[in-house]
Design a binder for this molecule. Structure first.
Ligand code: NDP
Length: 246
């Protein structure tokens, strides 16, 4: 479709999982799509090829979300390739789970560096270049509101931080007609949280809809928030979690 014709999107962590689904969806709807990855160059290449085979435009950028200079560089490369940045999707994240006694401080620091600091840096840099109608969307988590297991406190903390950051940045950017929102998925079948994994049954037991979500379902919500129909949605945290937090 032509929904995002003339628009450019940058998605962090687009080589696999939810980020790859978002990249494909926005490209299918007409956006030129740049996305970052940390290490999976071949997976990133597959996403580019899939988008191009469907007639879209895509660029993969190696950029570690934990390194501010690399995040700033990814924004610059996006603009260099496609001429603008209209939509930023902060999707890359780090999940470390360990009981309190065993939780490593380096995992605390890495979680904050990628899930919070990286989101801030990308948003700050992208916003400099955005015009009226710009969109900043972060993939948070239902765990911002409900963390029913041992060992997930730091992950939940980083996703709760996004709730506040989203509210605050919406105030900074509202006067320029740029919206800032947070999409909070529940269990989604990806490498990070496979439906065949050891946590799956206990997660499903907590849900109103006892199944895993699909990355495409999250991409559909992101497409709505990124589009012109969502111009009045800002500062919001939107659940897409099968009732995990209900
Ligand atoms: P995956 O682990 O399946 O994919 C993560 C993607 O992010 C990959 O493309 C990976 O690239 C990239 N990435 C990881 N670390 C970095 C980094 N430091 N810099 C740049 N890119 C990086 O994750 P999901 O798709 O499951 O998760 C995506 C988002 O959704 C995250 O924010 C996560 O917290 C959130 N979420 C996921 C849920 C789930 O159940 N799956 C539930 C709720 C929220 P590479 O291959 O190169 O490492």
């Amino acid at each position: 479709t032509e929904k995002f014709k003339g628009k450019t999107a940058l998605i962090t962590g687009g080589s696999r999982g939810i980020g790859a689904a978002i990249a494909k969806r926005l490209a299918a709807e007409g956006a030129a799509v740049a996305f970052t990855y940390a290490s999976s160059a071949s997976k990133a290449d597959e996403v580019v090829k899939a988008i191009e085979a469907a007639g879209g435009r895509a660029l993969a950028i190696k950029s570690d979300a934990a390194e501010a200079s690399e995040v700033v560089q990814a924004v610059a490369e996006t603009i260099k390739a496609f001429g603008s940045i209209d939509i930023l999707v902060n999707n890359a994240a780090y999940l470390a789970v360990a009981p309190l006694n065993e939780f490593k401080l380096e995992d605390f620091d890495r979680s904050v560096a990628i899930n919070v600091r990286g989101v801030f840096v990308a948003s700050q840099e992208a916003a400099k270049h955005m015009t009226e109608g710009g969109r900043i969307i972060t993939i948070g988590s239902t765990n911002a509101e409900r963390m029913p297991f041992v060992g997930g406190g730091v992950y939940a903390m980083t996703k709760a931080a996004i709730v506040g950051l989203t509210k605050g940045l919406s105030r900074d950017l509202g006067p320029r007609g740029i919206t800032v929102n947070n999409v909070q998925p529940g269990p989604i079948d990806t490498d990070m949280n496979p439906e065949s994994g050891p946590f799956a049954e206990s997660l499903k037991a907590l849900m109103a809809l006892p199944r895993y979500g699909h990355a495409d379902e999250v991409a559909a919500m992101v497409s709505y928030i990124a589009g012109p129909e969502a111009a009045f949605v800002t500062g919001a945290s939107l659940m897409i979690d099968g009732g995990f937090s209900a």
